[in-house]
Design a protein around this ligand. Structure first.
Ligand code: 3IO
Length: 336
């Protein structure tokens, strides 16, 4: 009896020692701080992978641009400076012609829905823009709204106002009469503090996570575009992984998209409560006529995207109509 227990104990020691020697280390770079949603989803993915590979894999996470920053994420992962990286497609306009279809202001109201639509479109079309990397998951933030230093209660209030955004969001601001200032999210706190910009256009969880509520206590509800993200892996690293590890990661792709979308949607609500309680934040809505005017001013964006996508050899009409169909499908399925 005792012998048997001792033997089992020894076996565990030996096998865990062996497993320890074979641990596969994977570095994962992220550009924004640890408490922001792209880094929160990174930790969740890390935990899931480590658990489901039963210790075969160790993921070392680098939030806050400590390994790769927003501007060199794509190149850095292709070159192998990090094994995995989280990428915001809107920081490199023109580089991701297919997935930027999600940046069109088509009325998404939920990050969970947008994330699933993005993932499905990616899986269906396997666009060439990602052929140099392995895509592990994709997700989206919640729709963009205006967060400003001074109240914006009408389109008139927005004229000439310098607002931080990036990608198609910057083009949207231009069409609405504001002055877009494009920069990655981590550069925004300083731009706001120095008064270089009077506000930003993004999802409102940043009121809490970057404490922007202190600088931009006024919000205007617009529900414009979303910012699409991709988690990408260096191809050689991917090819080097055992099949069972690859399978765990493949199985996580869609699940992670939904998890992140849901986390984001809940977090926006939390951030609005935080801003209202601590900074007397106010969320304005425009009149129905003004929302109609906005739709009119932005109507040309869909054709702009289609033209560009077609030039790049993409079936633009099909991609766009798939997006709208999937959006409706998931809005019903998730009850949003
Ligand atoms: C974003 C990016 C990094 C951290 C938190 C964030 N919340 C919303 C976004 C999207 C965005 O505006 C951007 O610049 O990618």
């Amino acid at each position: 009896m005792y012998k048997k227990i001792l033997l089992t104990f020894l076996l565990i020691l030996v096998s865990s020692g062996l497993a320890g020697a074979e641990v596969i280390r994977i570095s994962y770079a992220n550009f924004p701080p640890a408490n922001t949603f792209p880094s929160v989803q990174m930790e969740r993915w890390k935990e899931a992978v480590e658990e489901r590979t039963q210790g075969m894999v160790k993921v070392e996470t680098y939030p806050g641009g400590s390994l790769l920053g927003a501007r060199n994420m794509f190149r850095g992962v292709i070159q192998g400076q990090a094994d995995i990286g989280n990428l915001s497609m809107s920081y490199q306009p023109g580089v991701f012609p297919m997935t930027t279809v999600l940046e069109l202001p088509v009325g998404f109201t939920s990050a969970a829905v947008a994330s699933l639509v993005l993932w499905d479109l990616y899986e269906k079309y396997q666009p060439a823009e990602f052929e140099q990397v392995k895509v592990l998951t994709m997700f989206a933030n919640a729709p963009s709204n205006l967060m400003t230093r001074q109240p914006v209660q009408s389109l008139e209030d927005l004229q000439g106002l310098e607002i931080r955004a990036s990608g198609t969001a910057s083009r949207i601001l231009e069409l609405l009469g504001a002055v877009p200032v494009s920069m990655p999210m981590p550069e925004t706190p300083e731009a706001l503090q120095r008064g270089m910009v009077k506000g930003l256009l993004s999802s409102m969880e940043v009121l809490l996570d970057f404490n922007f509520a202190a600088y931009t206590p006024y919000q205007t509800l617009l529900d414009l575009q979303i910012y699409p993200f991709a988690v990408i892996m260096n191809k050689r690293k991917w090819d080097s992984l055992p099949e069972e590890v690859q399978q765990v990661m493949e199985d996580l792709g869609r699940e992670q998209a939904l998890w992140t979308g849901r986390y984001m949607d809940a977090h926006v609500k939390k951030a609005l409560d935080y801003a209202a309680e601590n900074y007397d934040a106010q969320l304005f809505e425009l009149t129905a006529e003004e929302y109609d005017i906005i739709d009119e001013k932005l109507a040309g964006l869909v054709d702009e995207w289609k033209l560009e996508a077609e030039k790049r050899g993409l079936p633009a009409e099909e991609i766009f109509s798939d997006m709208m169909r999937l959006k409706e499908y998931y809005e019903n399925e998730l009850g949003i």
